[in-house]
Design a protein around this ligand. Structure first.
Ligand SMILES: CC(C)(COP(=O)(O)OP(=O)(O)OC[C@H]1O[C@@H](n2cnc3c(N)ncnc32)[C@H](O)[C@@H]1OP(=O)(O)O)[C@@H](O)C(=O)NCCC(=O)NCCS
Length: 182
Protein backbone atom coordinates (compact mmCIF):
# COMPACT_ATOMS: atom_id res chain seq x y z
CA UNK A 1 0.00 0.00 0.00
CA UNK A 2 1.48 3.33 -1.06
CA UNK A 3 1.78 6.04 1.55
CA UNK A 4 0.15 9.34 0.56
CA UNK A 5 1.83 12.45 -0.82
CA UNK A 6 0.55 16.01 -0.57
CA UNK A 7 1.57 19.18 -2.42
CA UNK A 8 1.39 22.74 -1.16
CA UNK A 9 2.56 25.98 -2.73
CA UNK A 10 6.20 25.53 -1.61
CA UNK A 11 6.32 22.03 -0.17
CA UNK A 12 6.10 18.38 -1.07
CA UNK A 13 4.88 16.19 1.77
CA UNK A 14 6.14 12.71 1.03
CA UNK A 15 7.04 9.48 2.81
CA UNK A 16 10.36 9.42 4.65
CA UNK A 17 13.00 7.29 2.98
CA UNK A 18 15.96 5.49 4.59
CA UNK A 19 18.35 8.02 3.03
CA UNK A 20 16.69 10.85 5.03
CA UNK A 21 18.05 9.37 8.27
CA UNK A 22 21.23 11.50 8.62
CA UNK A 23 19.27 14.76 8.19
CA UNK A 24 16.56 13.56 10.58
CA UNK A 25 19.23 12.75 13.17
CA UNK A 26 20.86 16.16 12.71
CA UNK A 27 17.64 18.21 12.90
CA UNK A 28 15.63 16.19 15.43
CA UNK A 29 18.80 15.72 17.48
CA UNK A 30 19.06 19.49 17.95
CA UNK A 31 18.27 20.19 21.62
CA UNK A 32 16.25 23.26 20.54
CA UNK A 33 13.89 20.94 18.65
CA UNK A 34 13.88 18.10 21.18
CA UNK A 35 13.19 20.34 24.19
CA UNK A 36 9.76 21.25 22.84
CA UNK A 37 8.61 17.81 21.72
CA UNK A 38 7.07 14.97 23.65
CA UNK A 39 8.26 12.08 21.50
CA UNK A 40 11.77 12.88 20.24
CA UNK A 41 14.45 11.13 22.33
CA UNK A 42 17.45 13.10 23.53
CA UNK A 43 20.28 12.50 23.07
CA UNK A 44 19.35 11.23 19.61
CA UNK A 45 21.40 8.05 19.26
CA UNK A 46 22.91 6.66 16.07
CA UNK A 47 20.42 4.33 14.42
CA UNK A 48 17.37 6.00 15.98
CA UNK A 49 16.41 7.86 12.78
CA UNK A 50 16.67 4.67 10.72
CA UNK A 51 14.57 2.82 13.31
CA UNK A 52 11.94 5.60 13.35
CA UNK A 53 11.71 5.77 9.56
CA UNK A 54 11.46 1.98 9.50
CA UNK A 55 8.21 2.10 11.54
CA UNK A 56 6.33 4.34 9.09
CA UNK A 57 5.16 1.84 6.48
CA UNK A 58 3.76 -0.61 9.02
CA UNK A 59 2.16 2.16 11.07
CA UNK A 60 0.45 3.40 7.90
CA UNK A 61 -0.72 -0.05 6.85
CA UNK A 62 -2.13 -0.76 10.32
CA UNK A 63 -3.93 2.60 10.32
CA UNK A 64 -1.99 3.82 13.35
CA UNK A 65 -0.06 6.80 12.06
CA UNK A 66 0.80 8.70 8.89
CA UNK A 67 4.13 10.51 8.87
CA UNK A 68 5.06 12.99 6.15
CA UNK A 69 8.53 14.28 5.37
CA UNK A 70 8.32 18.01 4.67
CA UNK A 71 10.47 18.78 1.65
CA UNK A 72 11.00 22.20 0.02
CA UNK A 73 10.18 21.76 -3.63
CA UNK A 74 12.54 24.30 -5.14
CA UNK A 75 15.73 22.63 -3.91
CA UNK A 76 14.51 19.29 -2.46
CA UNK A 77 15.79 20.21 1.01
CA UNK A 78 14.28 18.21 3.88
CA UNK A 79 12.77 20.67 6.38
CA UNK A 80 11.07 18.49 8.98
CA UNK A 81 8.13 16.20 9.68
CA UNK A 82 4.37 16.32 10.17
CA UNK A 83 2.33 13.39 11.43
CA UNK A 84 -1.19 12.26 12.24
CA UNK A 85 -1.57 9.60 14.92
CA UNK A 86 -4.95 8.00 14.37
CA UNK A 87 -7.70 6.88 16.72
CA UNK A 88 -9.97 5.26 14.11
CA UNK A 89 -12.75 4.26 16.52
CA UNK A 90 -13.34 7.95 17.14
CA UNK A 91 -12.49 9.41 13.69
CA UNK A 92 -9.86 11.38 15.54
CA UNK A 93 -6.17 12.10 15.09
CA UNK A 94 -3.36 13.84 16.89
CA UNK A 95 -1.21 16.23 14.88
CA UNK A 96 2.52 16.44 15.51
CA UNK A 97 5.30 18.34 13.75
CA UNK A 98 8.84 19.63 13.94
CA UNK A 99 10.93 21.78 11.61
CA UNK A 100 14.75 21.98 11.57
CA UNK A 101 15.91 25.04 13.48
CA UNK A 102 17.58 26.76 10.53
CA UNK A 103 14.21 26.79 8.74
CA UNK A 104 12.06 28.28 11.51
CA UNK A 105 9.99 31.41 10.99
CA UNK A 106 9.18 31.03 7.30
CA UNK A 107 5.71 29.59 7.64
CA UNK A 108 6.72 26.04 6.75
CA UNK A 109 5.09 24.33 9.77
CA UNK A 110 1.83 26.19 9.20
CA UNK A 111 1.80 25.44 5.47
CA UNK A 112 2.57 21.75 5.97
CA UNK A 113 0.15 21.25 8.85
CA UNK A 114 -2.64 23.05 6.98
CA UNK A 115 -2.34 20.56 4.12
CA UNK A 116 -2.32 17.64 6.56
CA UNK A 117 -5.46 18.95 8.29
CA UNK A 118 -7.27 19.18 4.94
CA UNK A 119 -6.10 15.65 4.10
CA UNK A 120 -7.31 14.41 7.49
CA UNK A 121 -10.78 15.90 7.21
CA UNK A 122 -11.41 15.46 3.48
CA UNK A 123 -9.56 12.28 2.56
CA UNK A 124 -9.53 10.35 5.84
CA UNK A 125 -12.95 11.60 6.92
CA UNK A 126 -11.76 12.55 10.41
CA UNK A 127 -14.09 14.39 12.76
CA UNK A 128 -11.52 15.85 15.16
CA UNK A 129 -7.83 16.69 14.91
CA UNK A 130 -6.08 17.71 18.07
CA UNK A 131 -2.60 18.71 19.16
CA UNK A 132 -0.84 18.68 22.49
CA UNK A 133 1.70 21.41 23.03
CA UNK A 134 3.92 22.22 25.97
CA UNK A 135 2.56 25.37 27.60
CA UNK A 136 6.02 26.95 27.28
CA UNK A 137 6.06 26.57 23.48
CA UNK A 138 4.63 29.83 22.08
CA UNK A 139 5.74 29.22 18.48
CA UNK A 140 3.82 25.96 18.28
CA UNK A 141 0.78 27.51 19.98
CA UNK A 142 0.87 30.21 17.31
CA UNK A 143 0.96 27.60 14.54
CA UNK A 144 -2.14 25.95 16.03
CA UNK A 145 -3.93 29.30 16.34
CA UNK A 146 -3.10 30.11 12.72
CA UNK A 147 -4.57 26.75 11.71
CA UNK A 148 -7.86 27.77 13.33
CA UNK A 149 -7.61 25.41 16.28
CA UNK A 150 -9.36 26.12 19.56
CA UNK A 151 -7.44 25.94 22.82
CA UNK A 152 -9.57 23.61 24.91
CA UNK A 153 -7.63 23.49 28.13
CA UNK A 154 -4.49 22.76 30.06
CA UNK A 155 -3.44 19.39 31.42
CA UNK A 156 -1.46 20.43 34.46
CA UNK A 157 1.91 18.72 34.95
CA UNK A 158 0.77 16.15 32.38
CA UNK A 159 4.24 15.06 31.29
CA UNK A 160 7.66 14.74 32.84
CA UNK A 161 10.08 16.26 30.39
CA UNK A 162 13.78 16.04 31.16
CA UNK A 163 13.03 15.60 34.86
CA UNK A 164 10.42 18.38 35.20
CA UNK A 165 6.62 18.10 35.28
CA UNK A 166 5.18 20.28 32.55
CA UNK A 167 1.77 21.68 31.67
CA UNK A 168 0.40 20.63 28.28
CA UNK A 169 -2.24 22.54 26.32
CA UNK A 170 -4.81 20.71 24.21
CA UNK A 171 -5.85 22.43 20.98
CA UNK A 172 -8.32 20.96 18.50
CA UNK A 173 -10.25 21.54 15.32
CA UNK A 174 -13.55 19.82 14.57
CA UNK A 175 -14.65 18.97 11.05
CA UNK A 176 -17.67 21.26 11.42
CA UNK A 177 -15.41 24.23 12.17
CA UNK A 178 -12.99 23.25 9.41
CA UNK A 179 -15.81 23.13 6.86
CA UNK A 180 -17.31 26.39 8.11
CA UNK A 181 -13.95 28.16 7.76
CA UNK A 182 -12.99 26.55 4.50
C1 LIG B 1 7.00 24.97 16.40
C2 LIG B 1 7.70 24.87 15.02
C3 LIG B 1 7.29 23.59 14.35
C4 LIG B 1 7.29 26.06 14.19
O1 LIG B 1 7.86 25.92 12.89
P1 LIG B 1 7.93 27.18 11.89
O2 LIG B 1 8.08 26.64 10.51
O3 LIG B 1 8.93 28.15 12.37
O4 LIG B 1 6.45 27.76 12.08
P2 LIG B 1 5.74 28.90 11.22
O5 LIG B 1 6.78 29.79 10.62
O6 LIG B 1 4.74 28.26 10.31
O7 LIG B 1 4.89 29.68 12.33
C5 LIG B 1 5.51 30.06 13.55
C6 LIG B 1 4.63 31.11 14.23
O8 LIG B 1 5.07 31.27 15.56
C7 LIG B 1 5.42 32.61 15.79
N1 LIG B 1 6.48 32.59 16.78
C8 LIG B 1 7.75 32.13 16.62
N2 LIG B 1 8.41 32.24 17.80
C9 LIG B 1 7.53 32.75 18.69
C10 LIG B 1 7.62 33.10 20.06
N3 LIG B 1 8.76 32.91 20.75
N4 LIG B 1 6.51 33.60 20.68
C11 LIG B 1 5.36 33.76 19.98
N5 LIG B 1 5.22 33.46 18.67
C12 LIG B 1 6.31 32.95 18.05
C13 LIG B 1 5.81 33.13 14.43
O9 LIG B 1 5.74 34.54 14.39
C14 LIG B 1 4.75 32.47 13.56
O10 LIG B 1 3.50 33.09 13.73
P3 LIG B 1 2.92 34.13 12.62
O11 LIG B 1 2.90 33.38 11.32
O12 LIG B 1 1.55 34.44 13.13
O13 LIG B 1 3.86 35.29 12.62
C15 LIG B 1 9.25 24.89 15.16
O14 LIG B 1 9.61 26.00 15.92
C16 LIG B 1 9.78 23.63 15.84
O15 LIG B 1 10.02 22.63 15.18
N6 LIG B 1 9.98 23.69 17.16
C17 LIG B 1 10.51 22.56 17.91
C18 LIG B 1 9.59 21.36 17.85
C19 LIG B 1 8.17 21.70 18.26
O16 LIG B 1 7.91 22.56 19.05
N7 LIG B 1 7.21 20.96 17.69
C20 LIG B 1 5.81 21.12 18.01
C21 LIG B 1 5.47 20.30 19.18
S1 LIG B 1 3.75 20.54 19.66
Amino acid sequence: MDRPRLDTERLDLRPFLPEDAPEVQRMAGDPEVARFTLAIPHPYEDGEAERWIGTHQEDFELGRRIVFAVERRRDRVLLGAVSLSLAPDHDRAQLGYWIGREHWGRGYATEAARAVLAFGFRTLGLNRIQAQVLARNPASRRVLENLGMTREGVLREFVRKWGRYEDVEVHALLRSAFEAGD
